[in-house]
Design a protein around this ligand. Sequence first.
Ligand code: NI
Length: 397
Amino acid sequence: MKLLPEILQSAAVIQAIRRDIHAHPELSFEEKRTSDVVAEKLQAWGIAVHRGLGKTGVVGTIEGTQGKGQSIGLRADMDALPLQEHNRFDHASTHDGKMHACGHDGHVAMLLGAAEYLSKHRDFKGTVHFIFQPAEEGGGGAREMIKDGLFDLFPCDAVFGMHNWPGLAVGEFGVTPGPMMASSNEFVITITGKGGHAALPHNSADPVFAAGQMLSALQGIITRNKRPIDAAVLSITQFHAGDASNIIPDSAWIGGTVRTFTHEVLDLIESRLHQIAASVAGAFDCKAEVEFLRNYPPTINHEKETAFAVEVMKDLVGEHRVNPRIDPTMGAEDFAYMLQAKPGCYVFIGNGDGDHRSQGHGLGPCQLHNPCYDFNDELLPLGSSYWVQLAMRYLSR
Ligand code: NI
């Protein structure tokens, strides 16, 4: 592995920053202390800082001393999750009900490590923008920063993102051109019928029965309507109806999520969902009302920038440690908005299997969004070295 020696030397300092952020998690758009820490460090290293995009976003900018050139954006997310941490080690969360269970504390630290290094090595042409965004976990912080003028104020020829990936070995990277993560969408179908006595169902229009038929009918969209080679998930995760065993209620509702890699498949699923809900409800004298909400679009890696990132990763850790065609996942990521605005690439960096966790960790798995998760500090010098080499090579092309 070709880690940068200077980055290895400052690994303990960066680790301390990571653990401090882990101990003080903040939810989406509330990253006040976190963005203070980020801005303070950047300023201490003589980096120009802009604050306030997307409420708590921070952008640090370094202009190379070798004149004008291209500009590159490197992005880390800052927010934590509403989850009670089960770990009891020293840097465990001090905020009840909040936890860095997705490793965004590590993402911030890896990018800070790269910023510190580049602040001391400005002998390059062009510009590096360090983008620290709020609210990845559902708030669309990337979208909000773009709306507030991110790429007008800080033009980027390309933008890159990175997420730690449990299960992938430390020292390994995974990426794929095209869809890397799915679009995420949610729906609620309210079925209204006519309530009545449970012993006299023929006098009612039973919304519970109609909703029950809908559960299986909707899966027909996935197995009968979309092309088998198009990946998509439709999961019904909520079913609410009734208060008593002897009363047929007036209404029931079901809710769930839809994940796809393309807008075309999403359009198809949404329109079929409306049709099936109306038809199935109608078949049992009920009415269906559908709310369908499109959240994050799919995260689509651009071909050229992905090929470029793969070369940088291979040089860093060796060809055998880079999977350039990793399976995409049906999870979602709001870096998608940045990739809609600019060419770029989003990669996974292996977080290992959990053996790295300090004494006192919870007994659950070291998986994302799990109360026993912890970011692997071994990644810090690796991730920072990737960022530095990616930026330097991009700007020297
Ligand atoms: Ni995450």
